[in-house]
Design a protein. Sequence first.
Length: 219
Amino acid sequence: MRRFTKCTDKDFDVNVRNFNKNLNLYKDTLGIPAEVLDEVAAIENGWKAVFIKVADRKKCTSADIEVKNNYRKTTGSRLADLFDGYVRHNLALTGEMRFAFDLSDPHAAKRRIPPPADKPVLTVSHNAHLELNAVLSRATSERRHGKPEGVTSYEIWIQEGSEPVDEKKLTCYGRYTNTSEIFRFSFTDIGRVVTFVARWVNPRGESGPWSDPVTVSIG
């Protein structure tokens, strides 16, 4: 375990102290036996004694360093075993305890953000000459702005004309994060009729259902 076997002496010093402190803090919930608490406390005290002697490398001897290294080797392996045996796989661990012991949630990586389930509400209005303002909101009674949970962006697609939307005729206009965007057109687009649709997208690039189409004339 890296926190006790593959780290610097300073990190080992911090990790031993934190391990001892947190074991005592959560001993009742985790069911830590008294003899384990005593053993970890003794290891910490023993480490303090050998570590302080090598704090100043100019004054310590090679024998002091050897004693420290041997102590770390034996106690580091023992601490790793105690950590795995009494903490890492303890079913009573809470989120707070995982944070204190610097443990990741084993289920977090398995949780998959699903594709967006709701279609956005899309409005497209004339902002200024040759400008259109597209606004997306959530499909709620309050029409709240902002993206739904698990959504990081959205896509705007367009289709020429006012005919019913055919996915084969859609062209992706872009992917955006701000739920209000201004689209600017050129003079050659005056009178052009365009139908807009949008859909939410999650971090994996998976998209949700289409919004209702909005058809506007550019001008």
